[in-house]
Design a protein around this ligand. Structure first.
Ligand code: ZN
Ligand code: ZN
Length: 156
């Protein structure tokens, strides 16, 4: 039998692939290149409030992996805390990404880059969930230890 590559997105060939994204109206274009540091779902109150949805599908990238391809003059930002600098388009209000300077990553919402083959690896801040998702993935109570969390997991 031929060998099956079970990690197509993290192995050869895709390191330099670029995925296109845009805000709701299309005035602001962004792209991400390579593979994200992590991808999954965040259930925290901040994500739910900001995204106006029960859960946020995130992809975390090194800042240098993301580019503004057009319409940078239409990007505005809001930082409720110094941990998260949230960016959106001033023409349509559509959300784009959140910079997390303390972690040296930028969260490009999966919905903003439909081109990217999103594959979740983890759920975070599950203690705050309003929508339980029984997909068999690990459910972190808050955040992984390396991001300052407890590293504990919860039942689905
Ligand atoms: Zn827009
Ligand atoms: Zn969150």
């Amino acid at each position: 039998m031929p060998a099956v590559d079970t990690h197509p997105s993290s192995e050869q060939g895709l390191e330099n692939k670029t995925y296109q994204g845009a805000c709701f109206c299309g005035a602001v274009g962004i792209s991400v290149t390579g593979a994200p540091v992590a991808a999954g779902y965040c259930h925290c109150e901040s994500c739910r409030s900001w995204s106006a949805s029960p859960v946020n599908a995130f992809t975390l990238w090194k800042p240098q992996s993301m580019r503004i391809t057009r319409g940078g003059e239409h990007i505005a930002g809001y930082a409720k805390t110094s941990k998260s600098h949230r960016k959106w388009c001033t023409k349509c209000g559509g959300h784009l990404f959140t910079e997390h300077p303390g972690w040296d990553v930028v969260d490009v919402y999966a919905a903003t880059i439909p081109d990217f083959p999103f594959r979740a690896g983890v759920h975070v801040n599950y203690q705050e969930t309003r929508l339980r998702i029984r997909d068999g993935l690990p459910k972190m109570k808050d955040l992984p230890k390396e991001m300052g969390g407890s590293g504990e997991t919860l039942p689905e």
